[in-house]
Design a protein around this ligand. Structure first.
Ligand code: HEM
Length: 202
């Protein structure tokens, strides 16, 4: 009975002080609480911050393990470079162009296993890049006999690599001519006009 009386007094007080029907008053109070709770959870609550940061960290870890800083490997043979084709996640992902080895680990999505350019990883891909070719026979640093357009394409690729990646070593020369600035050989001119492909844009 007492509870009933208190309830009646509260209702009267609500009407007297707010001019609102008790139902309307309680709905408003509930709404205010809901809004306050949402705002404080979204922007202030340490629990929410924690949850958010954790979520972000999880996503980063899943998508991209932290990159190790590039390590200089000095002079290696093309054969030795193959060990850096991305199949061993402990090793950096390396690729060479014109005998210069670059750490391309940051572009694992291109050169890592399953990537569209995985075939270049662990190799000097100069010839393939110059000729815009994915053929096995062109997956080599041998750039003899390239045509002028191919040499130009190769220079563009080299510039891209020099400006985007850290150089970490060089390919041990095996007597092969790596001087692309030399005039194209006769063979280049008599070759089928494969350089036609070279000025195709990506
Ligand atoms: C249909 C033809 C091709 C298309 C549509 C295409 C498309 C692309 C795209 C969208 C990128 C990413 C660019 C970026 O985000 O920086 C890329 C990168 C690349 N493409 Fe192609 N590409 C094609 C053919 C080729 C060919 C023929 C080669 C060489 C044989 C090649 C070699 C590369 C390389 C090496 C990269 C990565 C460059 C880097 O490390 O930043 N692409 N390509």
């Amino acid at each position: 009975m007492e509870v009933q009386q208190i309830w009646e007094t509260v209702k009267e007080a609500i009407v007297a002080y707010t001019g609102l029907a008790p139902a309307t008053f309680f709905t408003l109070v509930a709404l205010l609480f809901a809004v306050y709770y949402l705002v404080s959870v979204m922007f202030g609550s340490p629990a929410y911050e924690d949850y958010r940061r954790h979520g972000e960290r999880d996503m980063e870890e899943e998508q991209m393990p932290p990159l190790k800083p590039p390590v200089q490997i000095g002079e290696v043979t093309e054969e030795e470079l193959k060990a850096y084709d991305g199949t061993d996640p402990e090793k950096p992902l390396l690729m060479a162009i014109k005998g210069q080895i670059y750490d391309v680990s940051q572009s694992r999505m291109f050169y890592g296993p399953g990537g569209p350019y995985a075939l270049f990883a662990g190799k000097d891909a100069s010839r393939a890049l110059a000729k815009m070719s994915f053929e096995d026979k062109d997956l080599t640093g041998d750039i003899s006999g390239l045509g002028p357009f191919e040499i130009e394409a190769l220079h563009d690729w080299e510039y891209k690599f020099m400006t985007k990646y850290v150089k970490v070593g060089t390919i041990k020369q095996t007597g092969r001519d790596l001087d692309v600035d030399a005039k194209p050989t006769e063979a280049a001119h008599s070759e089928t006009p494969s350089h036609v492909d070279a000025d195709k844009d990506e």
